[in-house]
Ligand binder design. Structure first.
Ligand code: ZN
Length: 124
């Protein structure tokens, strides 16, 4: 098991959680009265993770502005492939680096093609 393989597997887990959250968000937007905080699933690299994060639409969209970023439960971080760019007591935002970015860029449904989106913002 090479590091490369592990890094890509973590990124694939995260992007599949992201896809689920994208569908969740789309569904929630159809609801007339949504709570201020919505329940999304933790987008960490652990395929078995069943934790959730509570964020507003605005907070979720701020994370989604960058293809490399994922929203996770505080501490659900894989330091060999991502760094924490912002967070609070409810969630942390991690940003992928290195080879994993290829995976996270290519799988961003909001950015067709192999080039992902980038945000300069470091606040959630
Ligand atoms: Zn997690």
């Amino acid at each position: 098991m090479t590091l490369d393989w592990r890094v890509k597997r973590i990124a694939k887990n995260e992007t599949s959680f992201r896809d689920i959250n994208e569908r969740l968000e789309a569904g929630l937007r159809q609801v007339r009265h949504t709570p201020e905080r919505l329940e999304f699933i933790c987008e960490c690299g652990d395929r078995e993770c069943e934790s959730s994060v509570h964020v507003s639409f605005e907070e979720y969209e701020a994370v989604r502005a960058d293809s490399r970023r994922f929203i996770v439960v505080p501490g659900h971080v894989f330091p060999e492939t991502e760094r924490v760019v912002s967070g609070n007591d409810r969630y942390e935002v991690v940003e992928k680096f290195g080879e994993a970015v290829e995976v996270t860029d290519a799988s961003d449904r909001r950015s067709p093609g192999i080039t992902g989106r980038r945000s300069d913002s470091t606040s959630p």
